[in-house]
Design a protein around this ligand. Structure first.
Ligand code: UDP
Ligand code: MG
Length: 328
């Protein structure tokens, strides 16, 4: 029988673990594949871990990877993706915005020869502000990225063994999986779906985390910031050359009408100076961002740290897992 691993990151989601497990079980009940549900507990401070472990006692297909602290959405996926080892690996958020019922659609396309199947959201249940941010982000990425990153496409996807193996080889820090998935290639199929409402609780991806996520995407999948820097430099040089030529001839032919008469105004000078230095500072920051990323890569720090992996065998030795919950 073919094997399928479903990777789900969870951070402080105690209120939806039961529903998530129930929906995963019923969505896969009719499918004749050997499933494993790899739940990555991303350093939750509530009862998420204990709850998943309770389910594990009843359903041995559940594997729990408990991380040493909160590492963030992409790192949690990273841990699950590294652990997964199956003919197909499915990635999905744990908040039920990605409906588990779509697993059968993914598998259908996979069986029809697709190596990567990813879902595109028809609607996004988000605040207006977030929607606007997403729109800006996607249009920037579409225009400037060197891999195709489509609108309204997220983590929800299936990867065939080969695509999964290649994705695992991408060992950079600050991963942006949506981009990497497109980067690895193979036969990719898109299916669309209605994004559901979060089953319970608030999004755990704060605006801050989302911005970092967006920055990772922009800086690792495009040279947009650097290109802007160069184009702006060229534009400025061109403008200055034109203006000085005009001024030179104006002086030569003694034009004394606006804007060619000479003003005492140091205000304009100071303003121009401030403007140019602020632009310089911004772009120094841009360069700093690249340097920081190079530095980050050279340190070879782990992408996540696992506290412990609970497989079904562990679940059976109940006493020693119980201790860990207390020590958390
Ligand atoms: N998540 C995580 N670590 C984090 C933040 C989120 O593992 O630091 C999980 C979260 O529990 C959920 C999934 O990642 O299962 C998606 O998170 P969320 O719904 O908060 O993000 P959004 O839908 O806003 O992108
Ligand atoms: Mg969500």
């Amino acid at each position: 029988m073919k094997t399928v691993d479903v990777v789900v990151p969870l951070y402080n989601e105690e209120n939806l673990v039961d529903e998530l497990v129930r929906r995963l079980q019923s969505a896969t009940a009719e499918l004749s594949y050997s499933f494993r549900f790899i739940m990555v507990d991303d350093g939750s401070r509530d009862n998420t871990l204990a709850k998943i472990k309770a389910h594990q006692e009843r359903d041995q297909r559940i594997i729990v990877i408990s991380l040493s602290r909160n590492w963030g959405h992409q790192c949690a996926f990273n841990a699950g993706i590294d652990y997964a080892d199956a003919d197909a690996v499915i990635l999905m958020d744990g908040d039920l915005e990605d409906p588990p019922e779509m697993i059968s659609d993914f598998i259908k396309h996979w069986e029809n020869g697709a190596d990567v199947v990813y879902a595109k959201k028809n609607s996004r249940v988000e605040s207006r502000f977030k929607k606007l941010l997403y729109r800006i982000f996607y249009s920037l990425m579409r225009r400037f990225s060197n891999v195709t990153i489509e609108k309204q496409v997220g983590m929800f996807s299936l990867l065939d063994r080969r695509a999964h193996a290649e994705l695992k080889k991408c060992s950079e820090h600050n991963k942006y999986y949506v981009g990497l998935r497109s980067f690895v290639g193979f036969k990719q199929v898109q299916i669309s779906y209605e994004r559901h409402k979060r089953f319970s609780g608030k999004p755990k991806q704060t605006l801050d985390k989302l911005l970092t996520y967006g920055m990772n995407a922009i800086f690792s999948f495009s040279f947009l910031p650097m290109r802007l820097l160069t184009s702006f430099g060229i534009f400025l040089l061109g403008t200055i050359a034109t203006v000085s030529t005009i001024l030179f001839f104006a002086r030569l032919f003694r034009f004394n009408f606006w804007p060619f008469y000479v003003l005492p105004g140091w205000t304009s000078l100071v303003l121009i100076l401030l403007f140019i230095s602020s632009i310089q500072l911004i772009f120094l920051g841009v360069i700093g961002e690249y340097v920081a990323r190079v530095y980050d890569e050279t340190r070879h720090r782990p992408h996540y740290i696992i506290n412990r992996i609970y497989t079904a065998e562990h679940a059976l030795q109940k006493s020693d897992t119980e201790e860990l919950v207390i020590s958390r």
